[in-house]
Design a protein around this ligand. Structure first.
Ligand code: BDP
Length: 345
């Protein structure tokens, strides 16, 4: 687990204090009696203005989920809790944003489990290849007890997981031809920033270059890397197909998206407001999943139309065999989660 005590604790407290002063206005201060003079709930007078950091643009399905979540919170709090969604990485790349959320300087974010794994090692399990059969299997696991327990475990990392969002499956693409697994040999491939991804790329005979998502396009363009990997929506939306038009549908990972609130911020909210936020997050999932399914199809069609070469993989067995050492390496560490994933089949 990623834990910093001492200075980190002090900074957290300081930021929490500043945040309270900046964000909360109203007649009741934290710690005062929950009912004010005329018997109203303390929450009725308190207003908040929060920020949610999102890496994707406004029309992307995760951003649409974030916006739906923000709308539900605003509606259900009668306008007291406003969450402004900042799309297109305006507040920074995911790793930096997660650090800010830990401190409470940014209150909410939607990130991928990929970078989250560096802050809470349990989330590394999602970077293991071929652990889920399909979308249905993934959601059965995420909606089960272990999926919920993993969101809870984020508390150890000063975060609170509110909900999972859909992210489809990830596939390789390159500026060089990619017709089969052998073509990956020797290529420089960008990965999400965590160590399991490095091992995965090694096992495939390629060399891994971790870097933030926002740097991938220019790195492909200038030849700093030969390829990358992502789901159809990101491949299309970030226009990576323009500079790496060879796309092979190996589906090596399913890495869920996660909606997070800072634990520092969460702890300052009343139980009623926590409930509003928690429920709104869960209630935004269905809409996000519908938007995801639509956009996933549209984006695959769109990249084909734009001239990308899309290669289907009829049999993933050779891929699974080649990356098996990575799973074997983590089988003990992730035993309970892997068992729960198997049981969700
Ligand atoms: C996309 C995720 C995004 C990640 C990106 C990446 O939605 O959160 O930042 O992949 O590869 O699929 O870093």
């Amino acid at each position: 687990m990623f834990k910093k005590k001492g200075m980190f604790g002090f900074l957290t407290m300081l930021l929490a204090f500043m945040l309270l002063a900046a964000c909360s206005s109203g007649t009741n201060s934290i710690g005062s009696d929950p009912k004010d003079g005329d018997g109203k709930s303390a929450d009725e007078g308190k207003t908040y203005s929060f920020r949610l950091a999102e890496t994707h643009p406004a029309d992307y399905p995760t951003t649409k989920g974030d916006i739906k979540f923000a709308e539900l919170v605003e509606e259900r709090s009668n306008g007291r809790i406003k969450i402004e969604v900042f799309p297109s990485a305006q507040l920074g790349e995911e790793k930096a944003v997660i650090e800010q959320v830990q401190l409470g300087a940014i209150e909410f974010t939607r990130v991928s489990s990929g970078p989250l794994a560096e802050f809470n090692k349990d989330f590394g399990v999602f970077s293991l290849p071929y652990i889920f059969d399909n979308d249905e299997h993934t959601w059965k696991f995420l909606n089960g007890d272990m999926g919920a327990a993993m969101l809870e475990s984020l508390e150890d990392s000063q975060l609170r997981g509110l909900a999972y969002y859909s992210s489809g499956s990830r596939n390789f693409y390159s500026s060089k031809p990619l017709k089969s697994i052998d073509d990956l040999e020797g290529l420089k491939i960008r990965v999400q920033q965590n160590k399991i991804n490095m091992e995965l790329i090694d096992a495939l005979g390629a060399s891994a270059t971790p870097m933030p998502y926002g740097e991938v396009y220019s790195s492909l363009q200038t030849g700093v890397i030969d390829g990358a990997e992502n789901n159809h929506p990101s491949f299309y939306s970030a226009k990576h197909y323009e500079v790496a038009p060879n796309y092979i549908l190996d589906g090596h990972q399913r890495v869920p998206e996660v909606l997070l609130i800072s634990k520092t911020v969460w702890d300052t909210l009343s139980a009623e407001d926590q409930e509003i936020i928690k429920e709104a997050a869960l209630d935004s999932v269905e809409y996000q999943r519908e938007e995801w399914d639509k956009y996933e199809k549209e984006s695959l069609d769109a990249v084909k139309k734009e001239g990308a070469t899309v290669v289907e993989v009829d049999d993933v067995t050779p891929w699974q065999e080649k990356v098996k050492p990575v799973i074997d390496n983590y089988r003990d560490e992730f035993k309970d989660v892997l068992d729960a994933i198997d049981n969700a089949r």
